[in-house]
Design a protein around this ligand. Sequence first.
Ligand code: AMP
Length: 383
Amino acid sequence: MNAALPPNATIGIVGGGQLGRMSAMAAARLGYRAHVLTPEEDSPAAQVSASVTIGDYEDVAALRRFAEAVDVITFEFENVSAEGLDLLASLRPVRPSPDALRVSQDRVLEKSFVNANGVPTAPWQAVEDVASLRDAAARLGFPCILKTTRLGYDGKGQALLRGPADVAPAYADLDPKPLILEGFVDFGAEISVVVARGLDGSVSVFDTVENRHREHILDLTLAPAPIPEALAAGAQEIAAKLAGALGLVGLLAVEMFVDATGRVLVNEIAPRPHNSGHWTIDACPASQFELHVRAVAGLPLPAATRHSDAVMKNLVGPEETALWPTVLATPGLIPHLYGKSEARPGRKMGHVTRLFPRGALPGAHGIAAALGPLATSFRMDPE
Ligand code: AMP
């Protein structure tokens, strides 16, 4: 199917979270229906979709029912098994392709792919057992970071090794195996780029942004990243190159470090909309979610331009969610809530965006002031 999806066609979204919710809302605006596959009753995505299949991602009957109810399939959650992906792909077009998903599901495949395309990462080594972990640590040096190759997110499935005494306990603790050891990057900034690639191979790249985490969870995104222009452009080139090399149809988010020497190193890739792209809903004529839907539907891709600078702040856990009434009462904060019933600690419940004229993104003090009740303990750079 290479023709554009006609209006009123149904886009199947695997996953029921906020990324699916915002994709479904973008699909509706373009005249499509969304159909969500999720194990969860009353999920954020299903609340705004035309229909839903409730079922596990590994339930063959549910995958089949879901696929048969839609015209094209995409993802907000990429950890479907290889067999599940093959089943979906045998029934409907799957965009991005199962191959692109497989690369991003496994940190060893991911880093091999990135390096094979001439793009640097932190030094790394695959770990099969404690002995190979000791060898890897001797080669990469301490501190280093041990990670699961699969199913890690928001800092889960990883451990910092400070010295030889940490090796055996960390190996025993982390699951599922196998693991990967990475050299520790003394980074100056964490940045990311979201790129869309269409069925015709055309590419639209959003601006490079800076991400600041708290307790491994994204806290703030600054758009554009306050880094030298050449670095920001280099990061965009990397994202476009990797999207092309994957033969991607859809979105690719590329998370990167700027190391102490000013080199850009890729940390992770995700072939789906990304939290660090939420600012595009309010600061760009066409958001990451619109570009996602357009790419998956075979529509032309507009340029990924921004009309404003922006700061995006996540609302995480019960404390920040309790500030919602104050957020609503603060002029200039653009509120987004995801429809989750319970604000557990560490759970992303919503976000706010604050816009600034292009070129007028303030420094740390200005950002704190602009976020009002949400001014956080983020790192204060000298101004
Ligand atoms: P990840 O799950 O790979 O996205 O890692 C979560 C966070 O841990 C990143 O956003 C970084 O803040 C930190 N981190 C991950 N890998 C490294 C590394 N090799 N060196 C330093 N920090 C890292």
